[in-house]
Design a protein around this ligand. Structure first.
Ligand code: ZN
Ligand code: ZN
Length: 386
């Protein structure tokens, strides 16, 4: 499970100054503000995420803690949820300043029934899963252990001790916010008594201490489709954190990291490898064993094959993750020169050497300049086969 980096969220560099941070946040808050994106959950998440990041990075002390210790330093990883604490807004003068300028001061948080403390979707979780190259080629099923917050069974998520229920907050009369007059403006603030929930738990549930959610380790089975590659993610719907106040659960994103193979390199669905071939085999023509995902296969090497020649084996690459066939395997011939010769072998080769013409420089087959030598194998092979 990991949270996004605050600098990344605000789209600023680690060395950004306060003005840069503020203006970037202003821009994102405008873009993702719920009033501008009604019903758009993703925008809402981004809006909250940006607010959370700004609350930390705009505060020099919190920012330095974050720089040194990451999310752990500012306690944002604790408590689960979106890590979004509505009270941050209340304490956070600048925020009122920014949104006040944009949307009119009077109805900062109150408009559109966006009362905090209402149903909230649970946070998405991320799990980084490492798999072997073979598992990515064949597909696999694996079980993972996810620490997450789930609805408390004792109180069924209400946070109130069994047999009791939460009562309406007396201070805000259930509104979750209190309003006060300041000159011409009415300023809405999160209710300090219920912290925006609109309800007060008089007798908290003992299991979850009133939170309504408890930390649990959950074992889940993940099906990995064949052909998956590093960076691709699987979405397990509703397997994230449970929502607050009856909101839906978030999703679990399993981000896949595939180990490198000792022999194959992958590019798209194609595989590349180098095969050692004896110099006698390339000279005379013959057969070599090429390892594939389905085991070794015999491949014909034509007489007079040069080193660097690439043989294409159709359909022997990686399976397509969406089930659209398979890629190809490109095996590049590496001529092996014997390192040690017996006396007899040496004699035969000396005879051969006398009979062979001297090496001579030949013009490049495709014209080209020196830069072409620098190009890597992938590019050259792609050129060759389109
Ligand atoms: Zn409980
Ligand atoms: Zn209240």
């Amino acid at each position: 499970m990991s949270k996004r980096d605050y600098y990344e969220i605000l789209e600023v560099s680690r060395t950004a100054n306060d003005t840069e941070i503020k203006s970037s946040y202003r821009r994102l808050a405008m873009k993702f503000h719920p009033d501008r994106n009604p019903g758009d959950d993703l925008a809402e998440e981004k809006f909250k995420e940006a607010a959370e990041a700004y609350a930390i990075l705009a505060d020099p002390q919190k920012r330095s803690l974050y720089d040194r210790f990451g999310h752990a330093g500012v306690g944002s990883a604790a408590g689960g949820g979106a890590g979004f604490d509505p009270s941050v807004f209340a304490e956070f003068g600048d925020f009122a300043d920014i949104l006040g300028n944009m949307f009119g001061f009077g109805d900062l948080f109150g408009g559109g029934g966006r009362r905090r403390g209402g149903p909230q979707r649970g946070a998405d979780l991320r799990y980084d899963l490492e798999i072997s190259f073979e598992e990515s080629a064949r597909g696999a099923e694996t079980s993972i252990q996810i620490p997450r917050h789930e609805s408390c069974e004792t109180c069924r998520g209400s946070g109130a001790a069994p047999g009791t229920s939460a009562s309406t907050c007396s201070m805000c009369r259930g509104q979750g916010q209190v309003r006060s007059q300041q000159g011409f403006f009415t300023v809405a603030r999160t209710c300090p008594q219920c912290r925006g929930a609109g309800k007060v738990i008089t007798k908290p549930c003992e299991t979850c201490r009133g939170a309504g959610r408890v930390a649990k380790e959950r074992k889940l089975t993940v099906k990995i489709p064949a052909g998956i590659s590093t960076g691709q993610q699987l979405r397990l719907q509703g397997e994230g954190e449970s929502g607050a106040a009856g909101g839906p659960a978030g999703h679990l994103y399993v981000v896949v990291h595939v180990h490198e193979h000792e022999f194959f390199r992958r590019d798209g669905n194609n595989l590349f490898c180098e095969i050692p071939v004896n110099f006698t085999t390339v000279a005379l023509g013959g057969e070599v064993q090429v390892p594939t995902l389905d085991g070794a296969e015999t491949v014909k090497v034509p007489e007079g094959t040069q080193t660097g020649t690439t043989l294409r084996m159709r359909g022997k690459g990686m399976p397509d993750v969406n089930g659209r066939g398979r890629g190809d395997l490109f095996a590049t011939v590496q001529v092996q020169t014997p390192k040690k010769l017996t006396r007899e072998q040496r004699k035969v080769i000396e005879e051969l050497a006398k009979a062979l013409p001297k090496e001579k420089f030949e013009p490049r087959p495709r014209g080209g300049d020196d830069a072409q030598d620098e190009r890597n194998l992938f590019d050259r092979v792609k050129d060759m086969f389109g």
